[in-house]
Design a binder for this molecule. Structure first.
Ligand code: PEP
Ligand code: MG
Length: 569
């Protein structure tokens, strides 16, 4: 048995599909029969066109028209006689092998497009690169795993899972995910939970320990993984899966109910989302709003910054889907573990302590102003609230508010509608903002405690590093004291206080957060009903008693052990 980090609950039983990046190495050679080589190229071209068409159709059905159009653009390029003609000339005239001819020609076209200023040509350069890779893969007969078309009961095994990989998976057929890197709060984990796929991450060398077709049992809660398990283990875990699914079904009785403690104290229960499409899931899972929309996902997996118009449409659609319920949208939080290659950010010694989130945004008017303007415009369509990440000092939030005032004046002048009373809040996820919470409460309409980062920064432990994972725990008294202080200062200063870090969904911490007076919990859509149930099990008096005792303890182990001993099911 292997043990990794249980990152998305549920039991997975199935067979391995290994996803590894194939090598695309080839030699440039001289061919003797140019005509035969041309027909090998034609063959590969036809196959690539057919595959691209199928991908476009599938994308249209599962994601949307806009995404499908990108692939249709690829088809046009593949059918462009100028480019294919040049590839054939390289083969026919220079007797180059097809792989080399494709590479040389595509690189020439790519460099030509890339040298032109226009955004559309820059996009073309990326498209040409993409089709070059696909053509060479076809020529080399490199099989790509089609993540949208996996066999039933697949256990997907990869070194890491990128957000786009997780997004393209057809969840019905994926019984589980295993990776070599990542932790509970890494984005692959967050996405796996959103798609309700059991996942165990951070199992060293797992891609080398399995092969395609191998049978696997995994427990996304405990992090246990069995390769080629004995029949008795399979039976035991089938039973565990049955109980897990039964408990999940029983949660349906909390649909349509307010989120209240056993003695009637009501709190707000919202959900975290990464893409506009996720908003539907929030409504389906009975969320009372969106507590965190991580807008960086709109900026990822594409070649350039989304325009103000694209962002406006995305924010507006979430506001409309939520029909007047609160929607907290976080401005771009890039840097640290969230990379956006086209921003070409400098490599840093300590990216988590570096040029990221609001620090970058306040230096990049070209990126930040369109986002803020789009948010203001979309605020005319619902209860949008703006949240600024990675705040460490008051000047930052003041500067953001000053930009918002300028943008509002411009919208007024042009007669463009927006909500003039739009709430502006901050993520409290750095020790600096936690220590200054009293002062921030006077400047911010609301706080949302980001325990994923707050835990890391308070304990000086990277959230993705397995060697310091023992320190990365929100049960540490230092983290709990920070949380208690932030809630107390926020409330005293008149700010609404919520939490959107993963700790908000931790059943062991629920009595503490209630006792501290937290107003809003924001969890993944799939954790909404469990969180509502957990909250319903406590009275405020009981919660306060537990909090008092827990806050008198001085080590992480003591806190955890105590909270486990009083947990309610
Ligand atoms: C957090 O830090 O707790 C948070 C919610 O933000 P992210 O996980 O996106 O850094
Ligand atoms: Mg954060």
């Amino acid at each position: 048995m292997y043990t990794g980090i249980g990152a998305s609950a549920g039991i997975g039983i199935g067979s391995v599909v290994l996803v590894t990046e194939p090598s695309l190495e080839f030699k440039t050679t001289t061919v003797t029969d140019g005509e035969a080589e041309k027909s090998r190229f034609q063959n590969a071209l036809e196959k690539t066109i057919a595959k691209t068409q199928a991908m476009a159709d599938d994308m249209r059905e599962r994601v949307g028209e806009k995404e499908a159009e990108i692939l249709e653009g690829h088809m046009l390029l593949l059918m462009d006689p100028e480019m294919t003609g040049q590839i054939e000339s390289c083969i026919g005239d220079a007797l180059m092998n097809a792989e080399a001819a494709v590479e040389q020609t595509c690189n020439t076209f790519r460099d030509l497009f890339a040298s032109l200023e226009d955004e559309m040509f820059q996009q073309r350069a990326t498209d040409v690169n993409d089709i070059k890779t696909r053509l060479i893969k076809t020529l080399l007969n490199v099989e790509e795993v089609d993540l949208g078309n996996l066999p039933e009961n697949t256990i997907l095994v990869a070194e890491d899972l990128t957000p786009s990989m997780t997004a393209s998976i057809n969840a019905e057929n994926v019984a589980g995910i295993l990776t070599e890197i990542g932790g509970k709060t890494s984005h692959s984990a967050i996405l796996a939970r959103a798609r309700e796929i059991p996942a165990v991450l951070s199992i060293p060398d797992i891609t080398k320990k399995v092969e395609n077709g191998m049978s696997v049992v995994l427990d996304g809660d405990t992090g246990e993984v069995f390769l080629e398990p004995e029949e008795a283990v399979v039976e035991e875990y089938k039973e565990k899966r049955r109980i897990f699914l039964e408990e999940k079904a029983a949660l349906q009785k909390f649909v349509g109910k307010a989120t209240v403690t056993a003695d009637g104290h009501q709190v707000e229960l919202c959900a975290n989302i990464g893409k506009p499409e996720d908003a539907k899931k929030v409504v389906e899972c009975d969320g009372e709003g969106v507590g965190l929309f991580r807008t960086e996902f709109l900026f990822m997996d594409r070649p350039n910054v989304p325009t103000e118009e694209e962002q406006f449409e995305a924010y507006k659609s979430v506001a409309q889907t939520l029909e007047g319920k609160p929607v907290i949208i976080r401005t771009l939080d890039v840097g640290g573990d969230k990379e956006i290659p086209y921003l070409n950010l400098p490599k840093e010694e300590n990216p988590f302590l570096g040029y990221r989130a609001v620090r970058l945004c306040l230096n990049r008017d070209d990126i930040y102003r369109p986002q803020l303007r789009a948010l203001l415009r979309a605020s005319a369509y619902g209860d949008i609230r703006i949240m600024v990440p990675m705040i460490t000092c008051l000047d930052e939030i003041r500067e953001v508010k000053a930009i918002l005032d300028e943008l509002k004046a411009d919208l007024d002048e042009k007669g463009i509608p927006y909500n003039n009373d739009i709430k502006v809040g901050i993520m409290v996820e750095t020790p600096a903002s936690a220590l200054m919470a009293d002062a921030f409460a006077k400047e911010a309409d609301f706080f949302s405690i980001g325990t994923n980062d707050l835990t890391g920064y308070t304990m000086c432990a990277d959230r993705g590093n397995p060697d310091v994972a023992y320190l990365y725990s929100s049960y540490n008294p230092a983290v709990l004291r920070a949380i208690e202080r932030v809630i107390k200062c926020g409330k005293e200063g008149g700010a609404i206080v919520g939490m959107c870090g993963e700790a908000a969904a931790d059943p062991l911490l629920a009595p503490l957060l209630l006792a501290f007076g937290m107003d809003e919990f924001s969890v993944s859509a799939t954790s909404i009903l469990t969180t509502r149930k957990v909250i319903s099990l406590w009275t405020m008096d009981e919660a306060k008693e537990v909090a008092e005792k827990a806050m008198s303890l001085v080590t992480e182990a003591e806190v955890k052990e105590y909270l486990e001993s009083v947990a309610k099911k």
